[in-house]
Structure formats: C-alpha cells, structure tokens
Unconditional design. Structure first.
Length: 155
C-alpha cells in the first residue's frame, strides 16, 4: 500500500503545464490571429462592397416598381460627395427613398461614382439614359449598370 502512495506522488509533480509551455501556446495563438486579421478585414470590406452594390441594384428596381405603380416618372439621383442615393418622384421631387452608403453607414464606402447625377425611370421601366454606378471600399470595387432598356446588372 505504501508503494502506491509513492507512485502517486511521483505523478503529481508532472501534472499541469509549466509557465514556459503556457507562454509558448499564447505566442502561437497570437501569431495565428495576427496572420489572419488582414485577411478577415479584407473579406469584410469586400462583403460590404458587394452588399452596397446589391443595394444600388435594389434601388433601381424599386424605382422601376414605383414608376410603374404610380404611372409617373421617378428620378434616381446620386450625391457622390456624401455617397447618398435618392429616389424621388420626378414631378413633385418628393423623396421616397434615401440610402446612405458613406462612412456613417454600415457600408463604409470610400467612393461612390456615377456616370450621370440623375437618371429618370419611366413608367414602362425604361430609363432616359444608361448609367453605371461604381461602389468602392479598401481598393475593391463593383459596378452596377442600368441600361436604357431597364436591365439592372451587377458587374
């Protein structure tokens, strides 16, 4: 019975981790996290740009729907300085939708450019001109194109 106690005491000294082992594990975990952080941030900014492009396309589709439902032209305007998209009634200038895409929004876009400042959507779904909107953040950009025939494409 005494020999069992001796064997148990011998095992007690090897249980647990040394301070050196714990520090090494923390260093390895910190290195892995540090290596993955830029990749994760890049993926998050790409996801924001992709969502913003989808939102721009949805604004065009909403304008087509409103124009058809109201049987009146709808104007889609772009404030590229503040990165805002307005959808309004062309006759009364009543804003029906306002979408912020700048740094104060969830999208945090660094750039919003449009080939034209305003595009009119007719009740039949056609536009008065083709327009291309480019959304950009962290060096990644997507384009949304509205053709004169009313086709909306994300490029």
């Amino acid at each position: 019975m005494g020999s069992v106690r001796c064997a148990h005491r011998g095992l007690r000294g090897t249980a647990g981790f040394t301070l050196f082992e714990a520090v090494m594990v923390l260093v390895i975990v910190a290195t892995v996290v540090g290596a993955l952080t830029p990749s994760v941030m890049r993926q998050l900014s790409r996801a924001r740009v992709n969502r913003a492009a989808t939102i721009v396309a949805a604004e065009f589709l909403q304008a087509q729907t409103l124009a058809g439902r109201q049987r009146k032209p709808i104007v889609v305007s772009f404030d590229v300085v503040n990165r805002i998209i307005f959808v309004a009634d062309a006759a009364t200038s009543t804003t029906t939708s306002l979408r912020r895409l700048g740094a104060d929004s969830e999208f945090r876009l660094t750039s919003l450019t449009a080939t034209y400042g305003n595009v009119f959507i007719m009740p039949n779904g056609m536009a008065n001109m083709a327009v291309t909107v480019t959304v950009e953040a962290a060096g990644y950009s997507r384009q949304v194109r509205l053709t004169r025939a009313g086709q909306v494409r994300i490029l």
